[in-house]
Design a protein around this ligand. Structure first.
Ligand code: ADP
Length: 543
């Protein structure tokens, strides 16, 4: 027997409808790419998104077509998302920080028909355009006055393009499982993979993201998404902010410390989210100038592990609650957030920080398990680590144009992370599964060793990789970049680590290098390191 409740498909554009009805005048303030601050409201964002939808429809964009955006966080980019998905087409966010070859590959794989972009990226796109044959038109997110001459195909300024419609248009209606958005993983190994979000997954994920133990935002909040719309579905902020009716402050192209600080201070931002390097710049600016942010209540830090010292500084010095978060493109992207359950709520000082370095617990809608290589579940004791697998309505089940089965027989997706789960259900990432060092059947966390090595005062950056070993299979090699002007012997670094980790975790050797290679998204490129050191002979290896 079915229930007798209404069939109300979970469509993303219902979110902007709600915001425009219930929070019509709530401000959406942006630092425009052209320079000045721009102010609008949810009601106006919806009106203009409808015009954009009408224009795409008139231009022959059909349900299921991909429309690329390569743009900063501004009101126009937000309008583009809702306008595109509101006719059943798919917003495809392209990360401008990827290497040009990757961008070309992604746009071709997605077969994007339109590219909506900011002035900033015109030179990049002009240099790539002859390799992007599927793009029929470039829409530049600006007005006629700021539109430069460009050879890009059918290039038009956004404002004039949408002005050619009368706005007499209604959203299209369709099944909630219809695709809404698309984002490629950066593909640290192999080609990037397209993750295809549905309306239903985005709406459910926005609910999960807004819960009090998740981001906990409300209509009384002022939200500044530092995380770009092109990074992993903007951590849901393009949906959860209007869903809750919070005001939205968009930083545009300027993510440096002074610019972000200026917006936070001026618009009394209460909530923000982004990756550690941005917060490093903000903290640096605040420390140097003796500044405070009395209105800022909560900050979500994720994308990579939030350094303990950063969490501590925000909390102790500035009175801002840090919520460490973990997720990935395939999870829409939120997987866990480190808010305090009652079991931990009374902790303070170091004991509290010990919990906050964990990536946290999943909201309703994300199930987790950790397993060994054979898929056997491992205990939640906070010590045993295994492959972290997840299941839920906002987790990918397939990649775009790829038939490969990516779920196990219980329907779980292997995140590629290695983690512990503690008895309270808190997850802590200990490594990426391809980076973990398998020594004599046991696993050694490369991240733990790296964190320990960089705590040495002479070490600027460290990476640990597994190197072939005749007896143990693999043993850890520590690769170190020393701080400018410093010299150190291997034993000095190893001596520092000794006693702080299990004896058999101690790296077998240290290699000093001038530079450690990074991916376009700033992660250590271990594949390149493994390649460089593939013939490395450890002193401990049997002759
Ligand atoms: P990509 O895989 O394309 O680089 P994602 O944004 O999807 O981009 O990256 C997801 C990965 O980032 C996770 O699988 C995890 O390894 C890492 N990550 C994300 N958040 C954290 C965090 N808080 N702590 C440690 N690692 C994290």
């Amino acid at each position: 027997m079915f229930g007798l409740m209404q069939d109300w498909p979970l469509l993303c554009h219902r979110i902007i409808d709600h915001a425009a009805t219930q929070h019509a005048a709530r401000p959406v303030i942006s630092r425009s790419v052209e320079g000045p601050i721009h102010s609008t409201t949810y009601a106006e964002v919806r009106t203009r998104a409808l015009k954009l939808a009408q224009r795409l429809d008139r231009d022959g964009i059909k349900p299921g077509d991909r429309v690329a955006t390569m743009a900063w966080n501004t009101w126009r980019h937000l309008e583009a998302w809702y306008g595109i998905l509101g006719i059943g087409a798919i917003y495809h966010t392209v990360n401008p920080r990827l290497f040009p070859d990757q961008i070309a590959w992604i746009v071709n794989h997605a077969e994007d028909r339109v590219m909506m972009t900011d002035l900033t990226f015109l030179p990049l796109l002009e240099s790539l355009a002859d390799r992007l044959p599927t793009i029929e038109r470039y829409v530049v997110l600006t007005d006629a006055a700021h539109m430069p001459a460009t050879p890009l195909k059918n290039a038009v300024p956004y404002e004039e393009w949408i002005a050619e419609t009368d706005g007499d248009f209604a959203w299209k209606q369709f099944d909630e499982n219809t695709a809404a958005g698309m984002c490629y993983t950066s593909g640290t190994t192999g080609n990037p993979k397209g993750v295809l979000y549905s309306h239903r997954s985005n709406v459910l994920h926005a609910f999960m993201a807004s819960l009090p133990d998740s981001k906990g935002i409300s209509s009384r909040d002022v939200v500044l998404p530092v995380v770009p719309l092109f990074h992993a579905n903007c951590w849901s902020l393009a949906f959860s902010t209007p869903l809750t009716g919070a005001a939205m402050i968009m930083p545009g192209a300027k993510l440096d410390g002074p610019s972000v600080y200026e917006l936070m201070d001026r618009y009394k931002v209460t909530f923000t989210a982004g990756v550690p390097p941005v917060w490093m710049m903000l903290l640096d600016h605040m420390e140097k100038n003796g500044l405070k942010l009395p209105h800022l209540k909560r900050i979500v830090i994720g994308g990579s592990a939030s350094p303990r010292a950063m969490t501590q500084t925000f909390q102790d010095k500035y009175g801002v609650e840090v919520i460490h978060a973990w997720g990935m493109t395939e999870m829409s992207p939120l997987g866990s957030l480190c808010s305090m359950k009652p079991e931990y709520a009374s902790l303070s000082g170091d004991a509290r920080l010990d919990v906050q370095v964990k990536q946290g617990h999943p909201p309703f809608g994300v199930e987790m398990k950790i397993t060994d290589d054979n898929g056997k579940r491992l205990p939640w004791d906070g010590k045993t680590f295994g492959r972290l697998k997840v299941r839920g309505p906002a987790v990918a089940r397939r990649y775009f144009k790829d038939d490969t089965e990516i779920l196990d027989d219980e329907g779980f997706f292997d995140t590629g992370d290695v983690a512990t789960m503690d008895p309270q259900g808190y997850m802590q990432v200990t490594d990426r599964s391809k980076d973990v060092i398998k020594s004599g059947g046991e696993w050694i966390s490369s991240i733990d060793l790296e964190n320990l090595a960089v705590a040495h005062p002479k070490v600027a950056e460290a990476a640990v990789i597994g190197v072939q070993h005749s007896k143990w299979g693999e043993r850890p090699l520590l690769i170190v970049v020393l701080k400018k002007g410093q010299t150190a012997a291997k034993d000095e670094i190893l001596g520092f680590m000794q006693g702080k980790i299990a004896k058999w975790w101690l790296p077998d050797d240290v290699a000093f290098v001038d530079e450690i290679p990074h991916t376009a998204t700033g992660k250590i490129q271990k594949t390149a390191l493994r390649d460089r050191f593939k013939d490395y002979r450890l002193p401990s290896a049997a002759a």
